[in-house]
Design a protein around this ligand. Structure first.
Ligand code: SF4
Length: 209
């Protein structure tokens, strides 16, 4: 089976407790205005054999504290997501999954995540909302602690004040940032431009009404 993967990082320290493996799915049909990862929207690109992905993950799994799956929209690749989650479960590491779908909609896909996802963050990003909670891009999003492992590892973490920090990875001529940019990409872009850096952001356009 193939899976669209935008990128992998280890360690990611800004999307959940501890040193986590970050898995960004490629492909999203939701298209939130102002999404900071519009480069992950396109489908049928960056396809890899899921066994190859598992091989890479196996190297990191013994030294990580958990896994964060985001995107892109993981539930737009349901079969691949299910296979990945089933592969990860025996490692007994906390699995956090972000989705832009509503929890009402996700509940209908319960067989995909029941017992396989410890923490689920649902609802689409809304650039008009405030952003004051740890792990959330906008305050309308909802955190669901679905298992006792999720409860144990995340219940204190989700109450923290969001940190103004991002993980940064340099990859040829690109810079990838992981985490929630508390003041939005606009501030980061402005600061870098003031320093004379030629920057192309992956943030989606916000349509003026
Ligand atoms: S925020 Fe998430 S759900 Fe919304 S468009 Fe971006 S990747 Fe898709």
């Amino acid at each position: 089976m193939e899976i669209g993967i935008s990128r992998l990082h280890f360690p990611v320290t800004t999307l959940g407790p501890g040193k986590r493996i970050g898995i960004w799915f490629q492909g999203c049909s939701i298209h939130c205005e102002g999404c900071i990862s519009a480069d992950t929207w396109q489908f049928n690109t960056k396809m890899v054999d899921i066994n190859e992905l598992k091989r890479v993950l196996k190297k990191w799994l013994p030294s990580c504290d958990g896994i964060t799956i985001t995107g892109g929209e993981p539930f737009d690749q349901q079969a691949a997501l299910f296979e990945l989650l089933t592969f990860l479960r025996p490692y007994n590491l906390s699995v956090l999954v972000y989705s832009g779908y509503s929890y009402q909609k996700l509940k209908q896909k319960k067989e995909i995540f029941e017992g396989l996802i410890d923490v689920l963050i649902s609802e689409p990003y809304d650039y008009k909302e405030t952003q004051t909670k740890a792990l959330l891009g906008s305050d309308n999003q909802k955190i669901h602690l679905l298992t006792s492992l999720g409860e144990h590892t995340f219940s204190d973490y989700v109450k923290c004040i969001p940190e103004k920090k991002l993980d940064v990875q340099f990859d040829d001529n690109k810079v990838w940032m992981a985490g929630i940019p508390i003041q939005g990409m606009k501030e980061i872009t402005k600061t870098l431009q003031q320093e004379g850096v030629d920057i192309k952001s992956t943030q989606a356009v916000i349509k003026k009404k």
